[in-house]
Ligand binder design. Structure first.
Ligand SMILES: O=C(O)CCC(=O)C(=O)O
Ligand SMILES: [Fe+2]
Length: 204
């Protein structure tokens, strides 16, 4: 906690930085899952969007689906353990999250949703130990908001969290095993959004 206060002070000077995580709100979901959310957590989010859009080596990926090869409907970039993050503000965000949750979050996955045709289908981040253990996935969003949807695996009410412009959303507990999340496609005109997912070792 002392750490949180220390870097807040040092970052307020130039407008960039993160707010106090003490204001985060937890919503308990059933089956041992929870979601923490803090809108507008990251200051300077719009400039960060511009920097990331320009500087990150974005990749279009193709995946095999049955007999055909399909383009993944978003651009991706992955910063594995030890890889320097593409922006100092992301390093600040990670340090704050690690201090708050008392857990190392050494990998960062970045997704670029260019427009409403880009999306991510229903899934849990349960490759690796997320398949069996409780995990934490912290998502920082910059650019235009898109709804992140959450629903219990096997059916149930869908929850909707609009995320963009510096919002923080953290999925925890059993969330990756017992719930699924998605960013649905939309035909409405929407601006581009970049999502940064911080994860513990062995979670993907
Ligand atoms: O764009 C997001 O915030 C979600 C991305 C996601 O679920 C994933 O990459 O696993
Ligand atoms: Fe995910």
């Amino acid at each position: 906690m002392g750490m949180t206060i220390a870097f807040q002070g040092s970052l307020l000077d130039d407008g960039d930085g993160v707010g106090p995580l003490t204001k985060i709100e937890r919503k308990s979901l059933d089956r041992g899952a929870w979601v923490d959310s803090l809108p507008g957590w990251l200051h300077g989010a719009d400039d960060l969007f511009t920097r990331l859009a320009e500087r990150v080596p974005w990749q279009a990926e193709r995946r095999r689906m049955y007999d055909s090869v399909v383009e993944v409907p978003r651009l991706l970039s992955f910063y594995g353990e030890g890889a320097p993050l593409p922006d100092p503000l992301l390093a600040t965000a990670r340090t704050a999250l690690e201090a708050h949750y008392q857990e190392r979050l050494p990998t960062a996955g970045l997704c670029f949703y260019r427009d409403g045709r880009d999306s991510v289908a229903w899934h849990g981040d349960n490759t690796g130990r997320g398949a069996r253990e409780d995990t934490l996935v912290a998502i920082v969003s910059v650019g235009a908001p898109r709804p992140l949807l959450l629903r219990p695996r096997g059916g149930g009410e869908t929850l909707r969290f609009p995320v963009g412009h510096g919002d923080l959303l953290v999925m925890g507990g059993s969330c990756q095993r017992t719930w699924e999340h998605a960013i649905p496609k939309t035909t409405r005109p929407v601006g581009p959004r970049i999502s940064i997912q911080f994860r513990p070792r062995g979670v993907r």
